[in-house]
Design a protein around this ligand. Structure first.
Ligand code: BJW
Length: 250
């Protein structure tokens, strides 16, 4: 792996920051074998648009189809392991006085990597909840698709936030506060297209934070970032950590 150029100013900003906030998207889990949201359409799913499937309307219209899609993605998530990008962020948490990890991901891999102060904006795909009562419940193994609520018989849905739905109570407010109060904000592996999460880097910028984007591709955020690190998160983040915190790099 070739070393990429990481600006000295960024290394210093990370090393001496009292507060760092990170926003992640599905790109950070790509190297764990979990397809990014917009790419979760291989094989049987190639002819469906993820943006159309991740809605309450699609679930009402065809609960079987939407549940099968989530079942396929759950299987990929269950088989996945955190990668060096997830682990670098868990390590960063231990090096910074105040660290907040905001994730749009529903795969739970950050916590499995050891991150503790995690705000999950879009829920968790491994949990299910009753589509009528909203309670989180444990589905029966190998039952109907979609499984039904053991309490009221309604179809169970994944405990995630679909387009047009509100984020979990308090989650966006906590994320917004962490964005406004940090000195360095990293946006990692997200297309920066989905709101309100996509507004967070701009809140950080307005409050004077240094904004860093880590992504192999350009996004609508790129032109606003102080530093753009092009490449996969599983390579860029460990390198960033090594350069900012290893004793020999001082
Ligand atoms: C790598 C890599 C590697 C590859 N390393 N990187 C303006 C303001 C507010 C709201 C709106 C607005 N305009 C429109 C809205 C509504 C809507 C919205 O944003 N729509 C957009 C399409 C425009 N937002 C909502 O509906 C939200 N709710 C809301 O606003 O409530 C208030 C309200 C209610 C009613 C009416 C109106 C307003 C809810 C959004 C919920 C999003 N939920 C999903 C699905 C979760 C469950 C599931 O996974 O199935 O969350 S959608 C999907 O997008 C998922 C993701 O978390 C999220 C972000 O996607 P992400 O992670 O960025 O993935 P990709 O695939 O897009 O990008 C991957 C990136 O990784 C790429 O850039 C690659 O280059 C990169 N990459 N490999 C690093 N190795």
């Amino acid at each position: 792996m070739s070393e990429r150029e990481i600006p000295r100013g960024l290394i210093q900003a990370l090393r001496y920051a009292g507060r760092i906030t990170v926003l992640t998207g599905s790109g950070i889990s790509a190297e764990s074998g979990v397809p990014t949201f917009r790419e979760a359409r291989s094989g049987l799913w190639a002819r469906y648009d993820p943006q159309q499937l991740a809605t309450a309307e699609a679930f009402e219209r065809d609960p079987h189809l939407v549940s099968e899609w989530y079942e396929w993605r759950r299987r990929l998530v269950s088989e996945a392991e955190p990668n060096p990008g997830h682990r670098a962020l868990a390590e960063l948490e231990g090096r910074v006085p105040v660290f907040t990890l905001i994730t749009q991901n529903v795969d739970g891999l950050h916590r499995r990597a050891g991150s503790e102060n995690v705000i999950e904006l879009h829920g968790n795909i491994l949990r299910s909840r009753c589509s009528w009562e909203g309670e989180t419940v444990e589905p029966e193994e190998g039952g109907a698709v979609p499984p039904v609520c053991p309490n009221c018989g309604a179809p169970l849905r994944p405990d995630v936030v679909w387009f047009g739905e509100m984020l979990p109570a308090g989650a966006f407010e906590a994320a917004s506060e962490a964005a406004r109060e940090c000195e360095v904000f990293l946006s990692v592996g997200t297309s920066s297209l989905v709101y309100p999460a996509a507004a967070l880097p701009y809140e950080a910028l307005e409050s004077g934070a240094t904004l860093v984007e880590v992504n192999p591709s350009e996004t609508p955020l790129t032109g606003n970032a102080d530093h753009v690190l092009r490449g996969p998160a599983g390579e860029v983040l460990p390198e960033l950590l090594r350069k900012a915190f290893s004793p020999t790099s001082r």
